[in-house]
Design a binder for this molecule. Structure first.
Ligand code: FE2
Ligand code: FE2
Ligand code: FE2
Length: 164
């Protein structure tokens, strides 16, 4: 990997993190009653996304959809097979309950992502229209309609957001 490719990768990670961090800060600003600060956080978050995506494209990491689906499946699988199980163990050992919960939620949901991606990859040329819903508490993702109770975190169907 060249120095510039390494830099693109590092900048992609940083810009991606800035995007999510600013969205979290925007939520907090709304909660504290500072809508203008919230708006600026959202504007900058949007700009960081522009930067992140441009870095990723410059790296040549955006390929055909079939290749991207395979890449997504491999990333999700790594997360639920290796990354999160080790992180959950370490969080348990350190008695960090909040981390244990957020790692466990993510771990369960990545399994679902891998299988949803696989299903789309397997049927790429004959895909039927289906809606997706995401649990706003744990990220559980499902097709068609939200369940009465989230199978991962137990939230009611009102916690689910429809994805356009
Ligand atoms: Fe940026
Ligand atoms: Fe995922
Ligand atoms: Fe959930």
């Amino acid at each position: 990997m060249t120095k510039t490719e390494q830099n693109l990768l590092e900048a992609f990670a940083g810009e991606s993190q800035a995007n999510r961090k600013y969205l979290a800060f925007a939520k907090q600003a709304e909660k504290e009653g500072y809508p203008q600060a919230a708006k600026l956080f959202r504007a900058a978050a949007e700009a960081e996304t522009v930067h992140a995506l441009a870095h990723l494209v410059a790296l040549g990491y955006v390929k055909s959809t079939a290749e991207n689906l395979r890449e997504a499946i491999s990333g999700e699988t790594h997360e639920f097979r290796n990354m999160y199980p080790a992180m959950i163990e370490a969080a348990k050992a350190e008695k960090n309950k909040a981390a244990q919960r957020s790692f466990s939620y993510a771990n369960e949901v990545e399994k679902v992502h891998a299988s949803l991606y696989q299903k789309v990859l397997d049927n790429l040329e004959a895909l039927e229209d289906a809606d997706y819903y995401v649990c706003s508490v744990c990220g559980y993702t499902c097709e068609e309609k939200p369940p009465d109770r989230c199978p991962v975190c137990g939230s009611g169907s009102k916690a689910f957001l429809k994805v356009d």
